[in-house]
Design a protein around this ligand. Sequence first.
Ligand code: MN
Length: 207
Amino acid sequence: MAVHLHENDLPADVFAPGPVAVDTETMGLITPRDRLCLVQISDGKGDEHLVRFGPGSSFDAPNLKVVLADPARVKLYHFARFDLAAIEHYLGVVAAPVFCTKIASKLVRTYTDRHGLKDLVRELLGKEVSKQQQSSDWGAPALSEAQLDYAASDVRYLHEMQVILAERLAREGRTGLAQACFDFLPFRARLDLAGWPDHDIFSHESA
Ligand code: MN
């Protein structure tokens, strides 16, 4: 169990076959304005790999892009919509196919409105993750130990949770509905980037 920090790209061939958990940290919530600072990725075997991009980066990261764009590898996210937009905008790849634990949670945990990562990890796995570093300076030249551990913990539990959520989706007869939502997510992210971030195009409302 270790956290590996890399500059600008992953080493080649660091992951076992199968799904990878993915998260990003940025300078803020407005993707075209707020640059991508960190991509966290894990194959669920115990290690997390963090790829840092400095200011003015060309985002030339061939090894990372191969993993993200691999159609044979499911990418596990918590709130994929944001990460897909950041990855498409800065790295130029669509990081699909997708499984989003937040959408799966909304489709099966209809008894609560608490679908944050912290709440989900607590209920499904009985573990505590800290969100203290969530709003911190991810563009700093050196990331603190607390930031690195926070960033890694955001991808640490997604494999375990995916298994449990997939079982619950099957139990409630919503596997197909979830898959349709996951398949649409890259397009939802593209709508965000194209100028419809706050508008629900399925809504009756015109604007
Ligand atoms: Mn995160």
